[in-house]
Design a protein around this ligand. Structure first.
Ligand code: PFF
Length: 445
């Protein structure tokens, strides 16, 4: 089918800083605030952080640049970018759209819990909320899941420069300010140093194949890579933009946010002699108890959960945008229809993840940890690594490094001395490393 939207005027980011904030907004999310501190603490502290950094530097930067370059070159979203250059490869983008769809379905359920906590803070019931039984109830978490999807939808309806960029320009600076304030509060509590040790002291005996795959999945998830999100955001970039520096700034901001979040959360947990705990428990059970014991804790608690909501929204809009752009670019739907229909579908697909916490708790499709974890396993540890590997192979071997070089350097206008290193990584080292980590890390051995 002829593609009307390729000839239509395409929306663009209004400014460089707007784009960086939106892309960093996509990257910084629940993944940084709740997953990173816990994963690091549980998987060898500083040793995990070192593995994370190594993967970030070698694969994170490489892939970030690859995705932005492909998106900007084609000016099309996840699927269209592949289709335009080689139709046979469209399925890789299709994997990405599927991953975005699935991630948002459970991300929004967690976003709903965050809204519930803000409401709890405002109505004075934050400390009496029993998290375990709350998320197991049937109706209310689904209602908050709907509220979160509606907030996401409203921003995405506003479009790229009018909706997503405007939101990111407010949400991101506010988020960093609040994270830093919380970190200072946390680090100045007596006894907080144990938390710093928990996060950073290396224990290399904990590092094995599964931990490395977990770090890889976390780098991709946290940087919004491997599913065409940065291809999509790159497709709204102007040809003047410097891709080299953007590909550096986004991972740097994301990693700063993850470390600051770790230093905001864990020291307080230790200062109050709490168990660091696993997964959502850290954010939704341990932290409210910490706030309860702090001077001005209620205020801090509300501010903190508002901050988490900001982070979650600036990520969820990017997940929805991947799906919406697909239907706009490839199926010629209008933006409004695509946004509304897809939000409704994602909401419906998310319902089992919510019910899996309660009445459907006995259904554990893949792992032993219920529906949400199973969906998370398929996305983080299967779809994202495969999507990332195929995108690199596509750029290295199908589209070709010469073409990529023209796009990365804006036709030779931007110097990029490390291009041969990047090229080697794209063509050989990074796909091989991902394949190796993926195969070694699957819990089937
Ligand atoms: N990067 C987000 C986080 O860390 O919470 C989650 C995410 C957003 C993953 C967008 C993938 C994506 F395309």
């Amino acid at each position: 089918m002829a593609n009307l939207n390729e000839t239509k005027q395409r929306d663009q980011w209004g400014s460089r800083i707007g784009f960086i904030l939106a892309a960093a907004g996509s990257a910084v999310g629940l993944g940084n605030i709740w997953k990173f501190p816990y994963l690091a603490g549980a998987n060898g502290g500083g040793a995990f952080v070192i593995v994370y950094f190594a993967i970030l530097i070698v694969l994170g930067f490489t892939l970030m640049m690859a995705e932005l370059t492909l998106g900007r070159h084609t000016q099309l979203g996840a699927v269209g970018a592949f289709r335009k250059l080689s139709k046979k490869w469209s399925w890789v983008g299709g994997f990405g759209v599927l991953a975005g769809f699935l991630i948002l379905s459970f991300y929004s359920v967690v976003g709903g819990w965050v809204i519930k906590y803000i409401v709890g803070g405002l109505t004075g019931s934050l400390y009496t909320l029993d998290f375990g039984s709350y998320i197991g109830t049937t109706a209310e978490p689904i209602v908050y899941h709907a509220v979160f999807m509606i907030l996401t939808l409203v921003i995405v309806l506003g479009g790229i420069s009018g909706g997503i960029e405007k939101a990111a320009k407010i949400l991101m600076p506010a988020l960093f300010v609040m994270l830093i304030l919380t970190m200072i509060r946390s680090l100045t509590l007596p006894g907080s140093f144990e938390g710093v040790k928990f996060l950073l002291q290396p224990d290399f005996s904990k590092i094995n194949g599964e931990v490395i795959l977990a770090a890889l999945g976390q780098v991709f998830f946290s940087l919004s890579l491997g599913m065409g999100c940065m291809v999509t955001y790159g497709s709204y970039l102007s040809k003047e933009e410097n891709l080299v520096s953007s590909s550096m700034s986004i991972p740097l901001l994301d990693t700063a946010a993850a470390l600051i979040a770790g230093l905001a959360i864990l020291p307080a947990v230790f200062a109050f002699n709490m168990e660091p705990g696993a997964g959502p428990v850290l954010l939704f059970v341990t932290l409210p108890q910490v706030f309860q014991q702090m001077p001005l804790g209620s205020l801090f608690g509300i501010a903190f959960f508002v901050l988490v909501l900001f982070a979650a929204l600036s990520s969820s809009i990017s997940l929805l945008e991947v799906v919406v752009t697909y239907f706009v670019d490839e199926k010629n739907w209008d933006r409004k229809k695509s946004t509304i229909v897809m939000s409704a579908l994602i909401f419906l697909i998310g319902i089992p993840s919510s019910l899996g916490m309660g009445i459907w708790g006995h259904l554990t499709p893949i792992l032993e940890n219920g529906i949400m974890d199973s969906v998370g396993f398929i996305t983080d540890k299967v779809l994202l690594p495969i999507g990332a590997m195929m995108l690199l192979i596509f750029i290295g071997w199908v589209w070709g490094l010469d073409n990529a070089k023209k796009e990365v350097t804006n036709d030779g206008k931007i110097p990029f001395a490390l291009f041969p290193v990047w090229g080697f990584l794209v063509k050989f080292a990074a796909p091989a490393a991902i394949a190796y980590i993926f195969i070694k890390g699957l819990p089937i051995w």
